[in-house]
Design a protein around this ligand. Structure first.
Ligand SMILES: Nc1ncnc2c1ncn2[C@@H]1O[C@H](COP(=O)(O)OP(=O)(O)OP(=O)(O)O)[C@@H](O)[C@H]1O
Ligand SMILES: O=P(O)(O)OC[C@H]1O[C@H](OP(=O)(O)OP(=O)(O)O)[C@H](O)[C@@H]1O
Ligand SMILES: O=C(O)c1cccnc1
Ligand SMILES: [Mg+2]
Length: 653
């Protein structure tokens, strides 16, 4: 570990990649106080050698769905591996716990490790269902109890996030790229890092979070912010306009190329150059010079309007206050130019040879491309947009500023093309994303045809702005031309359900099954040490998850198994499985991780493979069919006998 990584770790963050990627915040004191006070009470009451079994499971799937993706296992194993109270931890506990705690207890804690614990789990990235433990722990009661809160915090958010991401992936379809942009809105820095990691697990393609990229080897991706565009207000601010031709190596004036194309494009795209922002063009040119091979531009800086389906042609007076505020008109630019003698910082009016409204004429550097400035009210053009679902909309109000972005982007992209580079695409961050993406794609197609640049058809359209699962579904219904969604807030905060309710329950102690009763049948625990199996149909779909007592023989392929609802006597079914999957593997035993741990990439693949085994009706967004979780006949009888034994018999008087 180098110094920076050491100090990063000392600051409570992640340890270096070479080691185990363990988040330094994850340590034995990252727990609830009651685990430690219980540990003392267990210790004091002579329960040091008691052996316990705990189940970690959830009772309901999140997001009104019928599946959950299990994630966070690797972090749990690393936690067990490093479980140890440091001297300073012990010192802190001495000062913090109530007085009178015996010294020997602190000595006991100081020597405590997770080496006597055995951890069984289903594979990380697998779909999981309510009441089927995703992790099962066996070992000394005190230590296994002490692990509760930390394991829950490691599994709950990870699984919630991976599930959320998997749901976004399902609605977006496999061909659309999904980028996680949530760090700024996440629940703190650690929430942000976990969100990046587990959204990748769930099926996202990359993140804007650079540290997550470094720590977890996730692709980092991004565009640029509005600030970059608004930091330029005129082309005079361009410090350099030169870019080396990719093939010839000759320095050329990119701005000049862009201005020339802009002039021609204004006819093709039906946007007058006066409608577009000069500052925006300058920003795009400078960004393209910085990233000629990765030019991706935000095109909506100057106020995007929503579409309106009414068919009208609207007249916008030149003095439209919003337009004036957000975008200097060419007239204003021209006027300010007139005061420059001699002009050392040319404006577009000069490069274009614009004639000013007061009659002044500016020659472009090559002496042509004369364009009249509009002095009359501007008439917007009515454009029909066709959607892939066959509908067509006639926008009332042409997105002047979006079209400014589109015009400027296309001009710079063609300029880059002159110099041997291919631009990547655009990002739209406001307005009607379906409509604007169609408008943009249509524009690109026109440019591709007119300028003989077929790759323009393939430019990437990124959309962002408060996107959630429902937005994507709705955009799909409307038809859109978006290639990539950048999703932040709603993804990382799990808008629809902010927490997964995994719990950790004692199910056996010293070989005796324990049951926790509740008025709410849902909350009655499944007692005893159990095994879990997934039974598959001949077509490869998962049919049912079956819990059995660990002493029972596993279900066998081709043999009839009676599967019972754990609490409703009349609900039962025979299943003849075509394939039986034993869900648990021993992941930790005798102080060692016992399985080869998959890479994040492999876990990500596992998610998709596992989801494929689920029938579509379990995965649909609206009213999905619940997946069945059953118990064996043996376990059913055992639960209900124990229930009766433990339920007090009331007395009527
Ligand atoms: N075609 C569409 N169908 C459904 N939802 C959409 C569509 N286009 C955009 N949205 C969503 O609608 C919301 C629009 O947000 P909002 O009303 O704040 O507008 P905005 O474009 O961000 O406006 P402004 O930039 O002026 O704040 C966003 O959540 C966005 O994801
Ligand atoms: O909308 P989200 O899903 O959270 O995606 C991330 C957002 O973060 C950026 O906005 P920014 O923070 O600059 O502010 P904004 O919300 O005003 O666009 C970006 O332009 C996205 O809109
Ligand atoms: O790279 C981007 O476009 C980005 C990153 C974070 C948030 N919003 C956008
Ligand atoms: Mg936004």
């Amino acid at each position: 570990m180098n110094d920076r990584e050491m100090s990063c770790n000392a600051g409570g963050q992640f340890m270096d990649r070479g080691r185990m990627n363990q988040n330094g915040v994850v340590q034995p004191l990252l727990t609830d106080l009651y685990q430690i006070t219980m540990a003392y009470a267990y210790w004091k009451s002579g329960k040091i050698d008691d052996q316990a079994v705990f189940d970690l499971f959830f009772r309901n799937n999140p997001f009104h769905g019928e599946f959950t993706i299990f994630a966070g296992l690797e972090e749990c194993l690393k936690f067990l591996d490093s479980f140890h109270y440091s001297q300073s931890d012990i010192e802190y506990l001495r000062q913090t716990l109530p007085e009178g705690i015996e010294n020997e207890f602190f000595e006991y804690l100081g020597n405590l490790t997770a080496h006597d614990v055995t951890l069984y789990a289903i594979d990380e990235g697998t779909v999981a269902f309510p009441r089927v433990p995703i992790i099962k722990l066996e070992g000394p009661l005190i230590i296994v109890q002490l692990l509760e809160t930390t394991l829950l915090t490691l599994v709950n958010y990870a699984s919630l996030m991976a599930t959320n991401a998997a749901r976004y992936r399902m609605v977006a379809g496999k061909h659309v790229k999904l980028l996680e942009f949530g760090l700024r809105r996440a629940q703190g820095p650690d929430g942000g890092l976990s969100a990046s990691k587990y959204s990748y697990t769930g099926g996202f393609d990359g993140t804007s979070n650079v540290l997550a990229g470094k720590l977890f080897n996730i692709p980092v991706r991004g565009t640029h912010a509005h600030a970059y565009i608004t930091s330029f207000s005129s082309i005079g601010e361009l410090k350099t306009r030169l870019l080396k031709h990719k093939q010839t190596g000759v320095m050329e004036d990119l701005l000049e190329h862009a201005v020339r194309h802009r002039q021609m494009l204004s006819h093709v795209l039906d946007v007058s150059t006066e409608e577009s922002s000069e500052g925006e063009l300058a920003a795009m040119v400078s960004y393209a010079i910085a990233f000629p091979d990765g030019f991706m531009a935000l095109v909506d800086t100057y106020d995007v309007k929503s579409r309106d389906t009414e068919q009208v042609t609207q007249v916008l007076p030149q003095t439209d206050s919003k337009q004036k505020l957000s975008q200097p008109t060419m007239l204003e630019l021209g006027q300010s130019l007139a005061t420059l003698t001699p002009p050392t910082t040319p404006t577009l009016a000069m490069l274009n040879g614009h004639k000013q409204s007061n009659g002044q004429q500016f020659e472009s550097s090559n002496g042509h491309n004369h364009v009249e400035l509009a002095t009359e009210p501007t008439t917007t053009t009515t454009t029909t947009i066709s959607y892939s679902n066959g509908s067509a909309y006639l926008p009332k109000y042409v997105e002047k500023s979006f079209r400014s972005g589109l015009l400027n982007f296309s001009a710079v992209a063609l300029a880059l093309n002159d110099l041997g580079y291919h631009a990547l695409g655009i990002r739209i961050d406001s307005g009607d994303l379906a409509y604007l993406s169609c408008l943009a794609r249509e524009a690109f197609e026109k440019v591709a045809e007119r300028f003989k640049v077929p790759w323009f058809n393939k430019l990437t359209i990124v959309a962002s702005n408060d996107i959630n699962e429902e937005t994507i579904l709705s955009l799909n219904e409307q038809g859109h031309k978006i290639d990539c969604f950048g999703i932040g807030t709603h993804l990382v905060t799990c808008q629809r359900q902010p927490a997964l309710g995994c719990v950790y329950k004692l199910v056996e102690i010293n070989g005796q099954a324990r049951i926790k009763l509740s008025q709410d049948v849902e909350k009655v625990t499944m007692p005893g040490n159990k095994n879990a199996y997934r039974l598959y149909s001949a077509d490869g779909h998962a049919l049912i998850d079956l819990l059995q007592k660990d002493s029972e023989h596993p279900p066998a392929v081709g043999q009839k198994v009676l599967c019972r609802h754990p609490f409703q006597e009349s609900k039962r079914a025979y299943v003849i499985p075509s394939h039986v999957e034993s869900l648990y593997k021993i992941y930790w035993k005798s102080g060692k991780i016992c399985q080869h741990l998959p890479t994040l990439e492999q876990v990500r693949e596992k998610v998709q493979i596992s989801l494929k085994t689920l029938r579509n009706d379990h995965k649909r967004t609206l009213n999905p069919t619940p997946y069945k979780v059953a118990v064996s006949d043996n376990l059913y009888n055992f639960i209900h006998d124990l229930w009766l034994q433990n339920a007090p018999i009331g007395e009527l008087s």
